[in-house]
Design a protein around this ligand. Structure first.
Ligand code: ADP
Ligand code: MG
Length: 625
């Protein structure tokens, strides 16, 4: 087979050009990171080789001593980072070093502000590793051959980072990848063994592969290892510094920022395993991307990397957690299929969930607030998904309530319960599509009057979750917009309104006028100042939930609400006297439409509403309304 030496020149994807520009102009404040990124890629490549070689030993080509080599030449002005990992084929080079395939790319570019400080943060979060080479280099040459391919199928990629790159076939005996950086004049200080060693110590000491550099000194030859190359999680906790933990986190999470918290435990006994989990300080871009890979747990067996994104190790509602699990109790050749029904994994997973929930529960108030803002919505899914831990997850929930009346100051259920009135037996909540709609809802009137606290659930997932969380500390959760409102001992005697003949008559006329739109019309005990509100029956779906389900494209059996009217309201009293049935019908519809609008609903016939309102104004103005 002959080498295909034809040289192709290709343009970078538009996003990459933008990225390169940003990189060179905004990340130069910390150029050191280029080395961390290249070493990180070399380490990933070695892990990939190990994983693929589990199924075909031949990929090692007789060379199982995986290592990363860093060299420099003052004369040529270059730094070289070399690995004998998986390598890349021509197609892979084009795909991986010419475009960004990551999910969330669009979100990333939308989030850019042009402000150097915050864009720098974003870049770190997005993890644009390889391209950071252009911070210090004005030309980068990558030579690679994928494990298993013939020597003739090597490939060379080269670019000056200005918008184009070239690829060309080359002969390459050695498997793996070599990245040569042609260092910019202003960064020549990196051509220094001491400096490079310092950076490796600082950022890459935790890499489990040996990182080697040529020995320095007059008569020295050969290489020496410059990192300690021990798996960080396998070390004794008290010997690991904060900085080492943080750098390790940044490596596995592709994050720039230190984590919010961590938990590192070693378990011995029937099973032997170590877990090291981190809570990120901020959400990854793909937290809400349904297509996104599961996220962040790496599985090791006796320090040998097995796989990324081991989704069996933590449930989906903890998908923001990053970390490693290392166990001695699995075979090295485990596959994802085996993991799915494995007793060892089940045990580790159950214990890991407890550890994470414990870690979250133990956060300081300030950290908890940050955590909840970023990940609360994901954690809530646990109420539905994780029956075993429902009680503990319920303790972590936070909702705005009428107590603070402030969306930014949510309360825990425990605090709500501690403020419950002596005779109060239920935890009341109201679900709406926004905080503003919730807090102004007519359903709250009687509760405000009596000083009974109501939780305001305004996240679309909340009401669905509340259906699963039926009680907290023995107190049932009750929607204030559903069923007949029975305040039990909290109700006033005089509120047991007797249905007077007038009222009975009125309710009958309203039922007739609104036939087909409501299932019933009845007198309300919820309202003090609004004339009417809509209620779902006890077991029915609330209008809010119905709207949410429709929004996400679900077909729902539309359920007609119950209209409750406030018999004391002037408008309602006036309605009793209306003799003209045509007018009465208009009034009835206005009452219904108002109630629908007040809870954030959409009118079926907005123009009809406006017309009726206008007619009423005219009638009132003419003094005969
Ligand atoms: P990330 O590491 O987050 O995927 P990078 O920009 O650092 O992003 O790298 C892009 C891709 O290029 C990697 O995902 C990998 O597929 C490929 N790559 C980079 N360096 C190497 C290497 N040394 N060996 C094999 N593949 C590599
Ligand atoms: Mg990388």
């Amino acid at each position: 087979m002959a080498v295909d030496v034809s040289k192709q020149t290709l343009g970078f994807q538009a996003e990459i050009r933008q990225l390169l520009d940003l990189m060179v102009h905004s990340l130069y404040s910390n150029p050191d990171i280029f080395l961390r990124e290249l070493i990180s890629n070399a380490s990933d490549a070695a892990e990939k080789l190990r994983f693929e070689a589990l199924g075909s030993e031949a990929l090692y080509e007789g060379d199982t001593d995986l290592a990363i080599t860093v060299e420099f030449s003052e004369q040529q002005g270059t730094i070289t980072v070399r690995d004998n990992g998986i390598g890349m084929s021509r197609e892979e080079v084009i795909a991986n070093l010419g475009s960004i395939a990551k999910s969330g790319t669009r979100e990333f570019f939308q989030a850019l502000t042009g402000d150097r400080q915050s864009d720098t943060q974003l870049i770190g979060q997005f993890g644009v590793g390889f391209y950071s080479a252009f911070i210090v280099a004005d030309k980068v040459t990558v030579t690679s051959r994928r494990a298993g391919l013939a020597a003739e199928e090597g490939v060379r990629w080269e670019s000056d980072g200005q918008g184009e790159y070239s690829v060309q076939g080359v002969q390459r005996k050695k498997r793996g990848t070599e990245v040569v950086l042609h260092i910019r004049d202003e960064h020549k200080d990196y051509l220094n063994g001491w400096k490079l060693r310092q950076i490796i110590h600082k950022y890459s000491d935790h890499i489990t592969l040996p990182i080697q550099m040529p020995k320095e000194g007059e008569k020295e030859t050969g290489y020496e290892r410059v990192n300690s190359a021990t798996a960080l999680w396998a070390r004794n906790k008290k010997d690991i510094t904060e900085e080492e933990y943080n750098e390790f986190y940044k490596h596995i999470a592709h994050d720039f920022e230190a984590p919010l918290a961590r938990v590192h435990t070693r378990t011995e006994g029937k099973l032997e395993y170590t877990t090291l989990f981190f809570l990120p300080s901020r959400p990854p871009f793909d937290l809400w991307d349904r297509e996104a890979r599961h996220g962040g747990i790496k599985l090791y067996v006796r320090r040998v990397f097995i796989m990324d994104d081991a989704e069996q190790l933590l449930p989906r509602y903890l998908r923001f957690v990053r970390g490693v699990v290392d166990t001695a109790d699995l075979p090295l050749n485990v596959s994802r299929e085996i993991l799915q029904k494995n007793k060892v994994i089940d045990t580790i997973r159950a214990a890991s969930v407890k550890k994470m929930l414990g870690l979250i529960e133990g956060l300081s108030a300030g950290d908890y607030e940050k955590f909840w803002k970023n990940f609360g919505r994901v954690l809530k899914e646990g109420i539905v998904d994780d029956v075993d831990n429902r009680t503990q997850i319920a303790r972590l929930l936070r909702y705005p309530s009428t107590h603070e009346d402030n969306e930014e100051k949510p309360t825990s259920l425990a605090d709500y319960v501690s403020r419950m009135q002596a005779d109060q037996e239920e935890i009341y909540y109201l679900a709406a599509d926004s905080f503003a709609t919730a807090r102004n809802s007519p359903h709250l009137e009687i509760f405000r009057k009596k000083g009974i606290e109501v939780l305001l659930l305004c996240d679309p997932i909340d009401e669905w979750v509340a259906n699963y969380l039926t009680e907290f500390e023995g107190k049932p959760l009750k929607s204030v917009a559903k069923g007949g409102l029975d305040l039990g001992k909290l109700a006033d005697k005089e509120e047991d309104r007797k249905e007077t003949r007038d009222l009975k008559d009125l309710l009958g006329r309203l039922r007739k006028a609104l036939e087909g739109q409501v299932t019933d019309v009845r007198a309300s005990t919820r309202l003090t100042s609004s004339p009417a509100c809509l209620v779902a029956d006890d077991h029915g779906m609330s209008a809010n939930l119905e709207r949410i389900l429709k929004q996400v494209g679900q077909k729902v059996e539309g359920q007609k609400p119950i209209l409750e009217i406030n018999a004391d309201h002037a408008l309602v009293r006036r309605l009793c006297e209306e003799q003209d049935e045509q007018h009465f019908g208009d009034w009835a519809h206005i009452l219904f439409d108002q109630a629908l609008l007040a809870e954030g609903g959409k009118l079926d016939d907005p123009a009809g509403f406006v017309r009726r309102m206008n007619e009423m104004f005219i009638a009132v103005a003419a003094g005969k309304g």
